[in-house]
Design a binder for this molecule. Structure first.
Ligand code: SAJ
Length: 440
């Protein structure tokens, strides 16, 4: 049997040793899915705390129950290590490391590069490698292929196999998880695609094959660029509606009654999270290298990035209308997380809103039930979430709703606040006709 046939056989019989490089909110769920399917899985991570947790049978990812990890570790199906040399014993490796942006707004490829450089040391005949980290089209072929193959004089598509399969993990989502979210798979060669698909089909319900790694890389960027641009559209619509004296929330609800050809997005104080504000910029950055300006992405990013400033200008205007300059006014910001009901503050627009309010002399406090402390890296300030949110509401000259967590009692907030600026229409059910509540 050829190397490929032997590897496919070992994948189909689950004899193949699986390694997951990067055991975060993507890697751990993926490791669990492969282990549950019957593979022996080794999680590899530089963070010894994560490794220790896993080997003790404890989960640190909210979407994965500790009981699941404990069961799989006890069954000998899941183990973890910080020792990258274990990779020489692996047959199938998924790379699930972060792909953030640098301060300059350019892709930060450092995590992919360090993972690839480590893996390159242990490459051997009969391995399949799948990159899951969201990245610009061409990464798998231009970065991983030369680094991983050249080291050992291995022939791609014969001795080893390489593909890209974008992660589609939406933390907190219960209906679609790693096992039942269709997985796009694109190989460097047809044989690569065959092997990588044979591996993933052994654990994930639907694998959608595409003809190349670039196709798969681009598909992921389309998914999240689509969201970013449409959010930018409704954010600009909010600015336009305010100029026209029209309620943008009513406009969107009305448009959403159209049962076809429309998808509802809602305006907000800006774009947060580790995917939507970042992934599209990987595409626009790549397009610059082929002398193309991705204008939709640039414009939407400009609009979304400006939303915190727009929110602060609206608050200033409303306070002014009430005879209160922002300077010296007490402002309570409700919500620091990047979206409702999550405990993640990455890229959260709340940090920008708070920074701008401070810069303009506001006496700012914040509350977020999920985020006890925040700090602004560039401005260098630290804040603790206030203890008694309703006391802070009563004491404030202005309450600014940035994140519409479900746990808030908006009725009570509206009743006890002197003034509310609501950037999420969170008070829709309790603020009809109240002139001390102003919406985006
Ligand atoms: N946002 C708006 N208006 C909207 C939707 C979102 O202002 O109509 C804001 C949110 O407040 C947040 C940011 O955009 O600040 C991103 O929100 P998101 O709902 O897109 O949530 P994310 O960042 O958790 O996106 C993830 C993505 N999942 C993956 O990349 C695998 C995205 O593709 C999913 O579509 C999204 O979850 C989801 O649907 O929940």
């Amino acid at each position: 049997m050829s190397t490929k046939e032997t590897l496919v056989e070992s994948l189909k019989t689950k004899q193949a040793r699986v390694g997951i490089l990067g055991m975060g909110y993507v890697g751990l769920p993926l490791a669990v899915v492969f282990a549950e399917a019957g593979f022996h899985v080794t999680g590899i991570d530089t963070d010894s705390r994560k490794v220790d947790c896993l080997n003790k049978g404890v989960s640190y990812v909210p979407d994965i129950k500790t009981e699941t990890v404990e069961r799989l570790v006890k069954a000998g199906r899941l183990t973890a290590t910080t020792d990258f040399s274990i990779l020489k014993e692996m047959d199938a490796v998924s790379i699930c490391v972060p792909t953030p942006l640098r301060q300059t707004g350019d892709p930060d490829m450092s995590f992919i590069l360090s993972a690839t450089d480590e893996l390159a040391k242990y490459m051997h005949k009969g391995m399949v490698i799948v990159l899951e980290s969201t990245t610009y089209p061409g990464t798998t072929r231009e970065v991983l292929l030369p680094k991983l193959g050249a080291e050992r004089g291995l022939t791609i598509g014969e001795d080893w196999f390489l593909a890209f399969s974008p992660e589609r993990v939406d933390p907190g989502r219960k209906d679609f998880t790693t096992i039942n979210t269709p997985k796009v798979m694109g190989g460097i060669t047809e044989a690569c695609n065959e092997v990588a698909t044979a591996w993933y089909e052994g654990a994930i319900q639907t694998v959608h094959r595409v003809r190349s790694a670039e196709t798969a890389e681009m598909a992921k960027l389309l998914e999240n660029t689509f969201r970013m641009i449409n959010i930018g559209l409704v954010n600009e619509l909010a600015i336009m509606c305010e100029r026209l004296g029209v309620d943008v929330w009513e406009v969107i609800d009305a448009a959403a009654t159209k049962p076809f050809g429309f998808m509802k997005f809602t305006p907000g104080p800006g774009l947060g999270g580790h995917c939507i504000p970042i992934d599209p910029l990987y595409l626009s950055w790549k397009m610059k290298s082929v002398h193309y300006n991705a204008r939709f992405i640039e414009l939407a990013s400009e609009i979304n990035t400006n939303m915190p400033r727009y929110v602060v200008s609206r608050v200033m205007e409303a306070l002014n209308d009430r005879g209160k300059p922002l300077k010296g006014s007490k402002v309570l910001v409700l919500g620091a997380a990047y979206k409702a009901d999550v405990d993640d503050v990455r890229e959260s627009p709340a940090l920008d809103v708070i920074g701008l309010l401070k810069k303009k002399g506001g006496i700012v406090e914040y509350h977020d039930p999920y985020i006890p402390h925040i700090h602004h890296e560039t401005d260098g300030w630290y804040m603790d979430s206030v203890e008694d949110v309703m006391q802070a509401v009563r004491d404030a000259d202005a309450v600014v709703i940035i994140t519409n967590h479900k746990v808030y009692n908006y009725q009570e907030i509206v009743e006890h606040a002197a003034f509310v600026f609501d950037s999420r229409n969170a008070t829709r059910a309790v603020a009809q006709g109240l002139d001390h509540v102003v919406k985006l």
